[in-house]
Ligand binder design. Structure first.
Ligand code: B16
Ligand code: MG
Length: 225
């Protein structure tokens, strides 16, 4: 029997899906923007979700007329990241978003592999702080990829490391750029968040608490093993 409709892998974005580090990214970028006298708000911040640190800075600098050298941009990224790293020192397993552990347990007990596929260079550190290592078969982070989302590289590495194919996988994402990346590979997508930011997702939930295998498999055209 052709098994292409059997779900074998779930690829999770990290920030905004497993843990709300997005709020710390926002605070750290806002701190940098204020320091440089650049206008920055939550609407602009939405475009930063899922994209790399340097690509985020480039978006933030669209509001500035001042030309910055590459070296200045790199030190701005370092300054922002240092702020961010200080903020995430406080993360504990209590910060795991509600519903995440239940869903991960359900996937494990159904023999479905899992990976974190994050643009963040701090993804491994964050998974450690959340004590979630045992639930993931692989972690792909911002150090493993050369091209940021919406390039699909991070997800391509993810399903390959899990020994699966794109059509046997789904992606769970909170960012428009991440959904776009998955769809380039033909991976079905589950968006977490608001329709106004995630109109491109195949299925959409307000939060991960609402997800379980029953309410995604059939709607994404997968069969149980
Ligand atoms: P860092 P994700 C992404 O993580 C964030 O959503 C995005 O806002 C951030 O710029 C990017 O990681 C890089 O993070 O500066 O820590 O390397 O959503 O792909 O898990
Ligand atoms: Mg995210």
């Amino acid at each position: 029997m052709e098994d292409k409709n059997i779900l074998k892998a779930v690829l999770f974005d990290l920030d905004g899906v497993i843990v709300d580090t997005a709020k710390y990214h926002y605070k750290a970028w806002k701190w940098l923007a204020d320091r440089e006298n650049i206008y920055f708000d939550e609407i602009i911040n939405e475009r930063l979700k899922g994209v790399s640190r340097m690509a985020s800075l480039e978006i933030l600098l669209e509001e500035s007329d001042k030309p910055y050298t590459q070296q200045e941009k790199e030190s701005m990224c370092t300054l922002k990241n240092n702020q961010y790293l200080k903020m995430i020192e406080v993360l504990t397993p209590e910060d795991i978003l509600e519903g995440v552990v239940d869903f991960l347990k359900e996937l494990k007990s159904n023999g479905i592999k899992t990976a974190v596929c994050s643009a963040s260079k701090s993804a491994k550190y964050i998974v450690d702080r959340l004590q979630l290592n045992a639930y993931f078969d692989w972690i792909v982070d911002g150090n493993d990829v050369t091209r940021p989302k919406p390039d699909p590289e991070v997800f391509e590495i993810g399903y390959t490391k899990l020994d699966c194919r794109s059509q046997e996988s789904i992606v769970v994402e909170d960012a428009f750029a991440g959904i776009e990346a998955a769809q380039i590979l033909g991976i079905k997508t589950v968006g977490i968040g608001d329709i106004k930011n995630l109109s491109n997702a195949d299925l959409l939930f307000k939060n991960i608490k609402e997800i379980n295998l029953n309410n995604i498999l059939e709607r994404l055209d997968f069969f149980r093993r």
